[in-house]
Write a new protein. Structure first.
Ligand code: N01
Length: 544
């Protein structure tokens, strides 16, 4: 490692990723703290998730007026959302608008992937290696006192290793790396593998655009209608008028939604009372079904089963062919223990003549052939395969960077048995590295922009505090990390969440350690804990 004198000047901070997190992080550090910051982004545009996920039907499962930044009242007033659940292109336009409005682009380097980072103990800074250019051969080494990972929780795509994929004569795409020019499905026979939130959003659109769609389902899912609709000028104006109250409620809510946790308990309600609540929420649509039905939905198996059975009843009533309806009924996990999808006409789509459902739990996929997909029962000939097979969630994107902390310890080694963090914000042994919505924080269990803003503000306040005191280095203490990891585990055990083979526990990636990764205790409680840590002079951190 070279000394400070013969290396380029050290940046104050380096941010990785230009999604919701990275853009706001850059703005806070540069424009409020006046730091010298650079942001590196692998894509050729800003937007993160909304840059990469351009698959047919991609839209947000949170409503536009609260799936947005709250930090700038001017931004809130000048931007008008056009529908309840914004489509991917609209969110991408919004993030581009943010990048322009706050003049962020001059400090963003696109088409540059952060490949490796090593902590220089003597200089208390990170040496970061980037890769760019067609073959990824060009790059540079930069040094930064602080590194903030804003790489996202769902950004490292999972393309299962099916035999024969390289011999497939048609085209195939992963939903998380969709071609910018789009895909013309007209006249095509399409296979869709995966029925998570993405597959469920894509199914009705693919069915409408293609000649024939075959959906390969491994695990049936519980989906609730979104009830999307355009936002009228009156509704948009009303939202603008009430933004402050909306944001305040989001901050106090365990899920980051503009409604508080319900104190209504289903265990005390009759079947009729429960069903009336479910029916009301079904008609209203969206994730309220999970967040606002009953306070004991996620910790009482009987209560959860009543919600699950209500949804199964809706599936049976919607899907005309009883055998297909039966295949679509989820039985292997409690409702909500996998991130629940919301949809527009998902179940209705299976009534179309050009749609077929294949159960690959019963008859697994054996291989991809030149002409299609072979299961243990049949070969399905298709022209295009769409992989809606998800992500190496919460850890994949960070582990793709060769990170080396104190004593040359790699993050891959440290996290071999599952991610370990203090508050999802820092990792013992990796000083001056912060993770926005890292594992161990509520992140993916919330409306993300609210969780993101809380993290970005906590991290920038922390960096400001350190600089005011000339403290060069901050590192999570191992004992604080251990205590937090145990707390995250204990909290999860009080709920039904660990009962599912979900990506929350890494079950979708062969060989990944099974650890429940997000903090289930609620964003409101988590926020209080983070504030308390800061108020106590960053309790649990070693300062040097
Ligand atoms: O991915 P998933 P996703 N053979 O992992 C199946 C967010 N999101 O992209 O359940 C056959 O949920 C897999 O089957 P199984 C949201 O947080 C947000 O849909 O593992 N099938 C499953 O059905 C969401 O949760 C929005 O048995 C295979 C599917 O592929 C997260 O992204 C919109 C397979 C993967 O489902 C991920 O959702 C969309 C194999 N080998 C998504 N491997 C918003 O609106 C996997 N599968 C913000």
């Amino acid at each position: 490692m070279s000394s400070r004198q013969d290396t380029p000047p050290v940046l104050d901070a380096l941010v990785i990723g230009a999604g919701f997190s990275g853009l706001y992080m850059l703005h806070r550090l540069r424009d409020e703290l006046n730091l010298d910051v650079r942001l590196y982004e692998a894509g050729d545009g800003v937007g993160g998730t909304w840059y990469w996920n351009r698959y047919p039907g991609a839209r947000c499962d949170s409503e536009s007026y609260y799936y947005s930044y709250s930090f700038s009242p001017e931004l809130e007033q000048e931007w008008t959302w056009t529908s309840k659940y914004p489509e991917q292109p609209e969110i991408l336009r919004y993030l581009n608008h943010v990048a322009d409005r706050f003049d962020l682009r001059r400090d963003i380097q696109l088409e540059t992937r952060v490949e490796a980072a090593r902590f220089d103990e003597a200089a208390s800074c990170w040496e970061v290696r980037t890769k760019r250019g067609e073959g990824g051969e060009c790059g540079e080494t930069v040094r930064a006192q602080f590194v903030v990972s804003a790489v996202g929780c769902l950004s490292s795509g999972n393309l299962p290793k099916f035999d024969g994929l390289d011999r497939f004569e048609g085209d195939y795409y992963h939903t998380g790396a969709w071609p910018h020019e789009g895909v013309d499905f007209s006249g095509k026979r399409v296979a869709l593998i995966g029925t998570g939130s993405t597959g469920i959003q894509a199914t009705p659109v693919l069915a409408a655009e293609s000649d024939h769609l075959t959906v390969f389902q491994r695990t049936p899912n519980f989906s609730v209608p979104a009830r999307n609709a355009p936002l009228s000028p009156e509704e948009a104006a009303d939202i603008k008028q009430h933004y402050r109250e909306i944001r305040d409620t989001c901050r106090q809510s365990p899920f980051g939604f503009p409604y508080l946790a319900t104190e209504r308990m289903a265990a005390e309600a009759t079947t009729e009372e429960r069903n009336a609540v479910y029916e009301d929420l079904w008609q209203r649509g969206g994730l309220r079904f999970l967040a606002a039905s009953f306070g004991d939905l996620m910790d009482n198996e009987d209560v959860n089963e009543s919600a699950a059975e209500f949804i199964r009843g809706k599936i049976r009533a919607t899907v005309k062919d009883p055998a297909v309806a039966e295949m679509l009924l989820p039985h292997d996990h409690p409702y909500g223990t996998k991130r629940p999808p919301i949809d527009t006409d998902y179940y209705e789509t299976f009534n179309r003549d050009n749609v077929r459902l294949v159960d690959v739990r019963k008859a697994p996929i054996v291989e991809i052939t030149p002409r299609g997909i072979r299961t243990t029962e049949a070969e399905h000939e298709v022209d295009v395969i769409v992989f809606a097979t998800g992500f190496d969630a919460m850890t994949g994107a960070l582990l793709n960077i060769d990170l080396q902390g104190i004593g040359g310890q790699t993050l891959r080694d440290k996290w071999e048995a599952g991610p370990r963090t203090y508050l999802g914000l820092q990792i013992a042994g990796f000083p001056n590295l912060f993770t926005v919505t890292g594992p161990g924080s509520p992140s993916v269990l919330t409306n993300m922009p609210v969780a993101i803003e809380q993290h970005v503000e906590w991290i920038s306040d922390c960096i400001a505090w350190l600089r005011e005191r000339d403290i060069a280095r901050i590192e999570a203490r191992s004992d604080a990390e251990e205590e937090w990891v145990n707390h995250v585990y204990d909290q999860a055990q009080t709920t039904l969440y660990p009962k599912a083979n979900s990506w929350y526990v890494g079950a979708n990636i062969p060989g990944k350690s099974r650890v429940f990764m997000p903090f289930v205790g609620g964003l409101d409680i988590y926020r209080e804990r983070c504030n308390e840590v800061a108020e106590k002079g960053y309790e649990g951190f070693e300062l040097q």
